[in-house]
Design a protein around this ligand. Structure first.
Ligand SMILES: C[S@@+](CC[C@H](N)C(=O)[O-])C[C@H]1O[C@@H](n2cnc3c(N)ncnc32)[C@H](O)[C@@H]1O
Length: 236
């Protein structure tokens, strides 16, 4: 695993472990981020334009549930994630009289959509898990309309020292909580630490976004330094 790729066998194991986090996903996520995750999700929602939006790696629907209005499509490679998300997201949307979300099985690296078909793409806590990040960003560029935008959120790693602190936080603090909540020593959240260790720095992905052809690339490390929001635009 490195900043660009996760090898096939490791990615399959990661996916099995992500599937196992479904029942405790939101609870551990809130704990791991000291409750900041809801604020980060709100920030992303405010950055999205109205129109057709794709969420890549929707997981159990934790972000999509609160997206109001618009036309939303949610993609994930794990059928059980999609099943849980569909029930949760579409029942919230029907209470608000919003149109139902379309749920699609697939990966970022091989998006099952036509060129120029979305106004925006977002990906929260999933980019780190893509098995080929450059390919996933190239595919995102293809399916976005000219002028369309992408917003990505994932843990921040500003430099090596910050990376070490992040690793200790996840291994010790989140690891201890996950062991208790999951009731097992070998809990699936161990993969959070593994993918963080292999993840690049905030600047690495600014360069990658620029290299695949995005413009207006920005990255903001959000208080208290746990996450980065990257944003970029397709040149018109
Ligand atoms: C930690 S969950 C994120 C859930 C949700 N987006 C949120 O805001 O909490 C990561 C999701 O990314 C998905 N994922 C992993 N690899 C992917 C890939 N190559 N393409 C698209 N999604 C992927 C996983 O199946 C998982 O459901």
């Amino acid at each position: 695993m490195d900043k660009e790729r996760i090898e096939e066998g490791e990615w399959s194991e990661l996916q099995r472990n992500l599937g196992a986090t479904i029942p405790v996903y939101d609870r551990i996520n809130r704990f791991a981020t000291l409750g900041q995750v809801s604020k980060w999700r709100r920030m992303v929602r405010e950055m999205l334009p109205l129109g057709r939006v794709l969420e890549i790696g929707c997981g159990p629907g934790s972000f999509a549930e609160d997206v109001e209005g618009g036309e939303l499509v949610c993609l994930d490679p794990i059928p059980e994630m999609l099943r849980v998300a569909e029930e949760r997201v579409n029942s919230s949307r029907s209470q608000r009289n919003d149109s139902p979300v379309e749920f699609v099985e697939g990966t970022a690296e091989n998006l099952p959509f036509d060129n120029d078909s979305f106004d925006a793409i977002c990906s929260l806590f999933s980019f780190r898990d893509w098995y080929d990040k450059r390919e996933g960003l190239t595919e995102s560029l293809r399916v976005l309309k000219p002028g369309g935008s992408i917003v990505i959120v994932d843990p921040a790693k500003v430099n090596r020292v910050h990376g070490w602190l992040g690793l200790i936080w996840m291994r010790v603090w989140v690891g201890a909580y996950a062991r208790v909540v999951c009731g097992q020593r070998d809990h699936p959240w161990k993969w959070l630490t593994k993918t963080y260790a292999g993840f690049g720095t905030t600047k690495d992905y600014v360069s990658m976004l620029e290299e695949v052809g995005f413009g207006d690339v920005r990255a903001r490390v959000i208080f208290p330094g746990m996450a980065t929001i990257w944003s970029a635009r397709v040149p018109s």
